[in-house]
Design a protein around this ligand. Structure first.
Ligand SMILES: NC(=O)c1ccc[n+]([C@@H]2O[C@H](COP(=O)([O-])OP(=O)(O)OC[C@H]3O[C@@H](n4cnc5c(N)ncnc54)[C@H](O)[C@@H]3O)[C@@H](O)[C@H]2O)c1
Length: 362
């Protein structure tokens, strides 16, 4: 194996710790430098990683050692930071969504193509053994031809636990743009790209109250839909019914189920790397667990970055920009379908990402 890829992180907030731990244990990646608008936060974040430099964003972009910029900023800053990395001639891997809107995401992909650099994007949870085992079951024909899926995400809202939840209630956030990438990326991994969407959406209240941290009790404005429902029609003809909500206390509904002509599959939480995959055949109709058969074992956030870094030149990475753009367009189209009351046909598509054979992460 050659030298590890040098990673420069921009954005050292809540999710940084999970990436830091993964990068540290994966031999293909080396955490080299970090930057944040809040330098004190960046210093605090790298305390467990001696030798990692804290730089300004401009210094990090100009640093010739950095091979790839890991963009962990808030959604409203994703495109701006990605464009800085691309202008500096560096590959960029973003947290989801790729940008706060599809216009900005398209600018990022165009700029990367012009500069000859690559764009990757979370989520990478779907590369874990949960979604990958389910995908293999479908590819091996265990449920026959897939015809439908359901996907449900219901929480009372991230202000219950996140100390700075403002971005979840601003454009680029909301249950759909925040959690939809996990569910829709999983559905596309399982069933392929989407051609048409219909939807309905609403907002229960105009303000939310932060429930934890130093700003506990502070009200924040809500400018996005907090309950989004819809149907995604896949190019294959399969239909996925989606419910994404920050308006429910809890749910017992399964995260994702896929139904085929010969059986049904219960798919684990796409926000996690693992979880049980269950199969019910039409003639038996009882749920049986499937053995783990595909995906990265013991994966954590950042495994998609390692996969990205290891992808040969000229091949689209599994957690790639084309897929992330399609996911973002699906979400935007769902919201515009909800507001217009008409079906929306997508302009983008993507390949199903390549499957991951069962192997250790890294
Ligand atoms: N918090 C989670 O559990 C979680 C889980 C999965 C994915 N994510 C995604 O990770 C991203 C970050 O989420 P978070 O919870 O860590 O947010 P956060 O608000 O805790 O941290 C974001 C950090 O980015 C910095 N930042 C913002 N704009 C910047 C800019 N232009 N240049 C440099 N730094 C900038 C902020 O100062 C802050 O430290 C989001 O896209 C989110 O959707 C978060």
């Amino acid at each position: 194996m050659g030298e590890p890829v040098n990673v420069g992180v921009v954005g050292c907030g809540v999710i940084f710790a999970q990436y830091g731990q993964t990068i540290e244990r994966l031999p293909g990646l080396r955490l080299t430098a970090v930057a944040d608008l809040d330098l004190e936060r960046a210093r605090e974040a790298v305390r467990p990683y001696p030798g990692v430099e804290v730089l300004s964003v401009a210094e990090l972009m100009a640093d010739p050692r950095i091979d790839v910029v890991l963009n962990l900023t808030i959604p409203a800053a994703h495109a701006e930071v990605a464009l800085l990395a691309i202008a500096a001639g560096k590959d960029v891997y973003c947290e989801k969504p790729l940008a706060a809107n599809a216009v900005d995401a398209a600018r990022v992909l165009r700029a990367a193509a012009d500069a000859g650099v690559r764009v990757g994007c979370a989520p990478d949870t779907v590369l874990g053994v949960g979604t990958q085992t389910a995908r293999k079951a479908i590819d091996d024909g265990l449920i026959g031809r897939p015809v439908a899926a359901t996907a449900t995400m219901m929480t009372p809202g991230h202000e219950m636990w996140h100390p700075n939840p403002d971005f979840y209630y601003a454009p680029g956030g909301g249950p759909l743009l925040d959690m939809g990438p996990y569910y829709i990326t999983s559905l596309i991994t399982l069933l392929g790209p989407v051609t048409t969407v219909v939807g309905a959406a609403g907002r229960t209240r105009d303000k939310r109250v932060i429930a934890s941290g130093p700003r506990r009790g502070e009200e924040i404005p809500v400018t996005i839909d907090t309950h989004v429902t819809g149907v995604l029609v896949h190019a294959s003809g399969a239909m996925s019914t989606l419910v994404m909500s920050f308006d429910g206390a809890a749910t017992t509904a399964p995260k994702i189920e896929v139904h085929g002509e010969q059986g049904s599959l219960s798919v684990p939480d796409p926000n996690h790397f693992d979880g049980p995959v269950m199969l019910a055949k039409v003639d038996e109709r009882s749920w049986e667990p499937l053995p783990v058969s595909a995906g990265y074992l013991e994966a954590g956030r950042g495994v998609g970055l390692a996969d990205f870094a290891a992808t040969p030149a000229g091949r689209e990475p599994r957690a790639g920009g084309t897929l992330a753009y399609h996911v973002l367009e699906v979400m935007e189209s769902l919201l515009s379908a909800a507001h217009s009351g008409t079906a929306v046909t997508l302009t983008s598509t993507c390949e199903r990402p390549l499957p991951v054979a069962l192997q250790p992460a890294g």
